[in-house]
Design a protein around this ligand. Structure first.
Ligand code: G3P
Length: 294
């Protein structure tokens, strides 16, 4: 059991209620959960259905996703369960919103995940006006985080933005710099957007997220188990983080940008190659599992 709870809320990044339960007994609590199409495709029950030769209809896919999040929902605390809409690069905001509205009704503690694209942000803007809680995923730049802030201004509920640390690292850039920069930029804001460190690949990412006071971190069970095995260390005053690649070579620093959060969200440069690739990967992972012919 975790002796001292960090201020950062801890979410499980996964798609299997049994895994969430296991982590809950390991740590003593789980604040929330994030899911996405790649993780749902890995769910053991979904895998079993597919392996049995059953080809799921769109309705059955949705029903499976709903069943999974309904099992996870009562296990977690007030950071809720993030449920991601199915979107490819052509999906319009209105369609994402229709999915989001339905997903939001599945459980009492849902956050609807939209991709950090023009259409995703339009969907998010419409969602917060309808009091639907949102989590903007696949965030890779400070401009995107500024646009999330501006598009969701006035939301009564906290909005989550999910910067993907590990994927920036994979790209040779120091992903933790993005968390640091967004936190610094939001100091000038009204606090309605909470930073959810995502794509966490190791205990060091987690500890630095704590040190940077990220409001939340979503973490694969494997990393939480490593953290537990080390005795749940927390960063002390002497904690330092080195962003390095697999060969211990320093990652490229991401410089801070002065951005005005009061500008209209459409004025920020939100295009990012990794957001596009991320959407394509979610679609490909999902399709390759669930559309596999028997
Ligand atoms: O939380 C985001 C996560 O699911 C993506 O992680 O390891 O695929 O970059 P990863």
């Amino acid at each position: 059991m975790l002796p001292n709870k960090p201020k950062t809320k801890i979410l499980v990044d996964g798609g299997d209620p049994n895994e969430t339960l296991r982590i809950k007994s390991l740590i003593g609590f789980v604040d929330g959960q994030t899911t996405n199409p790649s993780l749902i495709a890995k769910n053991p029950e979904v895998q079993r259905l597919v392996a049995s030769g059953h080809r799921l209809s769109s309705q059955e896919e949705k029903d499976e996703y709903k069943k999974i999040v309904q099992s996870i929902s009562p296990l977690v605390g007030d950071a809720g369960v993030s449920i991601e809409v199915f979107a490819d690069l052509d999906t319009r905001a209105e369609e994402m919103l229709a999915q989001g509205q339905e997903m939001f009704s599945w459980i009492p503690n849902a956050y609807v995940k939209y991709p950090c694209t023009h259409e995703g942000l339009r969907a998010a803007q419409m969602s917060v006006q309808k009091s639907i809680r949102v989590n903007i995923t696949l965030c890779f730049s400070q401009d995107q985080a500024a646009a999330v802030y501006a598009a969701t201004k006035g939301s009564r509920e906290p909005v989550y933005v999910s910067p993907f640390v590990g994927r920036l690292d994979d790209h040779g850039e120091d992903g933790m710099d993005l968390i640091k920069n967004i936190k610094k930029m939001y100091e000038h804001g009204d606090g309605h957007v909470h930073v959810l460190a995502a794509s966490i690949r190791g205990v060091n990412h987690l500890l630095y997220s704590f040190a940077l006071n990220a409001e939340l971190a979503t973490v694969p069970s494997k990393v939480l188990e490593e953290w537990a095995a080390k005795g749940f260390p927390l960063p002390d005053r002497n904690f330092t983080y080195r962003g390095v690649d697999a060969n211990d070579k320093p990652l490229k620093a991401i410089p801070y940008k002065e951005l005005d959060l009061n500008l209209p969200w459409q004025s920020f440069d939100i295009a990012h190659e990794l957001t596009k690739k991320g959407i394509q990967k979610f679609v490909a992972d999902y399709e390759s599992t669930l559309r596999r012919s028997a």
